[in-house]
Design a protein around this ligand. Structure first.
Ligand SMILES: [Zn+2]
Ligand SMILES: [Zn+2]
Length: 241
């Protein structure tokens, strides 16, 4: 297998019961507060550009445990900066793309791993989304989905990334969730890991969908970032193909 780097991605809280959290709002990496209109704007860690916080205080408190993965992520990107390779741009593009499609990717991971029926899958498997660059210049359309695979979690071999996922997993379980769904977004030899903390099945209103790969494809190809999961409780919500 070709070498690829795996910078950890920003954390996204998926599911939920009530509509406020239904769209995969970002959560503060320190205190777990969900981003909302009242918690104005989250700030990104300037080192890794992936982890986010609700306040400077939370960022400060989190630094001792975040330092290792942060420097690791930042150094992987800068080490790969060859003047002509465009690697750095690709890594940045991948992050922007992932961020723009976070609710869709999180939902696809949830469906691919069949977490509603088999919650234990969250610990065994991950969703790998293979991308190819496209001609579009907007960040959310820079890539097309080439293929999707369910792979064992052991696909991730970077110890710092594994440790970061485990930390999130512990926090999620402490909050009553089932764990962290892992979505790996890969383009050539550049990849990134997107962990999504998942609520317990009893709280998840999303329908199970076998056609998740088609839905993923459709939204990415048409450049739509307004994806919302269907839930049985809100009749009439429709993808609108
Ligand atoms: Zn916070
Ligand atoms: Zn950082």
């Amino acid at each position: 297998m070709a070498y690829y780097s795996q910078p950890a991605a920003a954390n996204y809280h998926t599911p939920p019961t009530h509509s406020v959290r239904q769209r995969g709002y970002r959560i503060c990496d320190q205190c777990g507060a969900a981003e909302s209109p009242s918690v104005s704007k989250f700030r990104l860690c300037g080192g890794c550009m992936t982890t986010q916080y609700c306040s400077p205080d939370c960022q400060k408190v989190h630094w001792p445990s975040h330092k290792a993965i942060c420097q690791h992520t930042a150094s992987q990107v800068s080490a790969a900066k060859h003047p002509s390779s465009g690697y750095d741009n690709l890594a940045k593009s991948l992050r922007k793309f992932t961020s723009a499609h976070a609710p869709l990717l999180g939902w696809a991971g949830f469906q691919a791993l069949q977490l509603k029926r088999i919650p234990a899958n969250v610990r065994q498997n991950a969703l790998l989304v293979e991308l190819t660059p496209s001609d579009h210049h907007e960040s959310h359309r820079r890539f097309s989905v080439a293929a999707t695979h369910v792979v064992p979690r052991t696909y991730i071999c970077d110890p710092l990334v594994i440790a970061d996922i485990q930390r999130r997993e512990q926090r999620c379980r402490a909050d009553g969730g089932i764990g962290t769904a892992v979505i790996i977004i890969q383009c050539g030899d550049v990849s990134q890991v997107m962990p999504v903390e998942v609520d317990p099945p009893s709280k998840i209103a999303w329908d199970s969908r076998d056609d998740w790969a088609l839905v993923l494809h459709h939204f990415v190809e048409s450049g739509r970032t307004d994806f919302q999961p269907i839930s049985t409780t809100s009749r009439g919500v429709y993808y609108g193909y």
